[in-house]
Design a protein. Structure first.
Length: 177
């Protein structure tokens, strides 16, 4: 103990000190933060589907990015990062450009097969990334509402299912002050 009756981190072997937080450790979750005031953006699932089709899938990562701030307000250990969604946005933009170019241009069969192969790889990488992020959001929403959400619904309908659930999401009673 110091002479002023305070315990320093040297005297307390269980203290994490400031250095642990500066090295990249996750900050503790603020349990006093009130989740009752998270207002998720409401959107028609039909409109979301139409926008996804009309934009050739480019709206999908934009939808996720537009909800990041709201979702990251949920008391949850892991937070969402915008990087995967930015990468998906770039990949899906490339895929849309490939689709448009292949429709407009008259390519040979071998060239079309190569272009199609590149487009498939882009869609597989983007689809797997979206799927992983969708299940992370599912867990966050389950924590927020205290209710289980459908795994198959999340798997097959991803952002459409999540938007449907966000349209009616309410916090657990214990989180309302």
């Amino acid at each position: 103990m110091n002479s002023d009756n305070t315990t320093s981190s040297i005297d307390n072997p269980y203290s994490i000190g400031e250095s642990a937080l500066s090295v990249g450790a996750s900050p503790p979750i603020d349990e006093d933060e009130n989740q009752a005031h998270i207002a998720f953006s409401r959107m028609s699932v039909a409109l979301l589907l139409v926008l996804s089709v009309v934009t050739l899938g480019i709206y999908i990562p934009l939808w996720y990015m537009s909800r990041l701030e709201q979702l990251n307000r949920i008391k949850f250990v892991d937070k969402l990062n915008s990087t995967p969604f930015i990468i998906i946005l770039v990949l899906y933009s490339i895929s849309a450009a490939i689709t448009i170019i292949s429709i407009v241009m008259d390519f040979s069969v071998s060239t079309m097969q190569g272009i199609d192969g590149i487009d498939r790889v882009i869609n597989i990488v983007g689809g797997i990334t979206i799927l992983v992020q969708s299940f992370k959001i599912k867990r966050m929403l389950e924590r927020y509402t205290g209710q289980p959400y459908s795994g198959p619904g999340t798997f097959f309908f991803q952002y459409l299912y999540l938007q449907h659930k966000m349209n009616s999401a309410r916090p657990m009673e214990e989180d309302i002050e």
